[in-house]
Each structure stands twice: as C-alpha cells, then as structure tokens.
Design a protein around this ligand. Structure first.
Ligand code: KIV
Ligand code: NA
Length: 272
C-alpha cells in the first residue's frame, strides 16, 4: 500500500465538493504499536502535542519539546505504511519568526521521516505558513480553540460564541488556507463557524468539536478508546480501554498472589 501524499489529501477537497470523495479520517498516534493498529483505517495520523497530557501527564501542551515530538513522530512513521503522518510543532518552536519555524519544522521532518507539520494560529501565523510551504514543508493549520494558547484564553471552552470572535476565527482559517496550508484543523468552535469555513476555503477542513460538515474528523485516540480520563463534550467513546486494562491487570495480580501464574506452559522444562 502506497503512503498517502499531501497533494492527495488536498485534492480530496474538490472530490468531496463534487460529491465523489469520502471524508478524511485522522486519529492521533504517539507510539509504534498504536500507529500499526490505526494505520490501515486512517488517511492521516497526527503526532499531536496532546501527548504532553496523554503520555507524559503534563498539565497542558505548553511544556512539550521538539525532542519529544521528534522521538514520537519517528516511532509513528516506523509503525505506519499507508497514512500521511503529520507532526505538531510544539509551543515555542515556531512563533518567534518564519526562520525559527523553518528550523524547527525541518528538524522534525529530518529526525522523524514525517511528511508534514501542524501549527496553531491564524492571521498572525499566515506569513510563517507561506514561508514553510514555499520551502518544501507542508503545513496543516489549526484554528478556533488552540490549546497552546491556554494561558491567554484562560481555558478550553468552545470559541466563537460572539459575532466578533466568530468572524475572527473564519478570517484566521481563510488566512492560513490562502497562505498555503494543505488542510486546516478546526477545533472547539460553535458549529456554524465550522460550516462557514468549510464552505469558504479551498483545502480540506478537519473537525474536532466542530461539525459533521467538515471535510474530515480527528480525535485523540486515547479519548476515543476510553483510555484517558478527561472527556471533552466532543469526544465520543467507542470503547472502554481503561476498564479493559484494569480488569486484566487485576486478573494478573490475583494469579501472581495465588501462585497460579506462571503455569506449566510458561516455564522452561530442563533438557531430557
Ligand atoms: O494535539 C492534538 O491531539 C491535536 C488534535 C486534537 C487536533 O492537535
Ligand atoms: Na495539538
């Protein structure tokens, strides 16, 4: 199976608009085994900086480093053959200047083998998106609720409840799309904003807490599988992995304490 390319993802917009294309399927992946399991069903795998909370127990994505992103992205590339791998640029690695962003993005792609980066922000980041795109680094935008801005926003509530904020978010999405982003994530906005953006940009929109009208959907895999304790409203739980793990760990612990594990099948007999 050939790996999906950035142009193939971008072309899906026209296909969907013509009623011929299926919505894009995207999930986060941080580790090799999860990447292997999700790859066949996904168009894109996102090495999200949400790994800060999900893998490292950090309070937000703000402390996540380039080293962490590069290491997990390399694991996800090694575990995938079909999906396009997109890596989040962590907070502090791209905002200062287009040059800083290029250096950080180039490092992420060189160290991981991933094909594209994602960065948060709208109009203010448009020149940076253009700078990277013109130099061979495909960029996915991310507008609406941008978790790296939690200290400025004051929380993770849905964005765009006022007319002024709604207009700003629509303008942000258009700005990054026009700057050359190959797709745009729309996170945590009141639904009509996601519909308006999807109808007015020329690249696929990927929703999370946005709208079924988006050109694709993304979720954090651990949220969707019921492994992570935090559940925002927009997460649908497709499973109870936390319950599954807890039950099996209890079974193992009970068997060890009862000397029922290891059994005859799990020990080596001496040579005859
Ligand atoms: O880091 C992440 O997981 C993300 C998605 C939620 C879009 O950016
Ligand atoms: Na992210």
């Amino acid at each position: 199976m050939k790996r999906l390319t950035v142009p193939a993802i971008r072309r899906r917009k026209a296909a969907i608009a013509a009623g011929e294309g299926e919505p894009l399927v995207m999930l986060t992946a941080y580790t090799v085994r999860m990447a292997q399991l999700m790859d066949p069903q996904c168009d894109m795998l996102l090495v999200g900086d949400s790994l800060g909370q999900v893998i490292y127990g950090l309070p937000s994505t703000v402390p996540v480093t380039l080293e962490m992103m590069a290491a997990h992205a390399a694991a996800v590339v090694r575990g995938s053959y079909h999906a396009l791998v997109v890596v989040d640029m962590p907070f502090g690695s791209y905002e200062a200047s287009p040059e800083q962003a290029f250096e950080s993005a180039a490092r992420l792609l060189k160290e991981s083998g991933a094909a594209a980066v994602k960065l948060e922000g709208g109009s203010a980041m448009a020149p940076t998106v253009a700078f990277l795109a013109e130099r061979g680094i495909p960029v996915m935008g991310h507008v609406g609720l941008t978790p790296q801005a939690v200290n400025a926003l004051g929380g993770y509530g849905a964005r765009g409840r006022s007319a002024a904020e709604a207009a700003k978010i629509v303008g942000d999405a258009r700005a990054v799309a026009e700057a050359g982003a190959f797709a745009v994530v729309i996170e945590g906005v009141v639904e009509p904003i996601a519909v308006e953006i999807t109808n007015s940009v020329g690249v696929p929109t990927i929703g999370i807490g946005a709208s079924a009208a988006c050109d694709g959907q993304v979720l954090v895999a651990e949220d969707m599988l019921g492994l992570f304790e935090r559940t925002p409203r927009f997460v649908k739980r497709y499973g109870d992995m936390a319950g599954y793990v807890a039950e099996r760990v209890t079974a193992f612990a009970d068997e060890v304490r009862a000397r029922a594990f290891p059994g005859a099948d799990q020990v080596y007999a001496p040579k005859e």
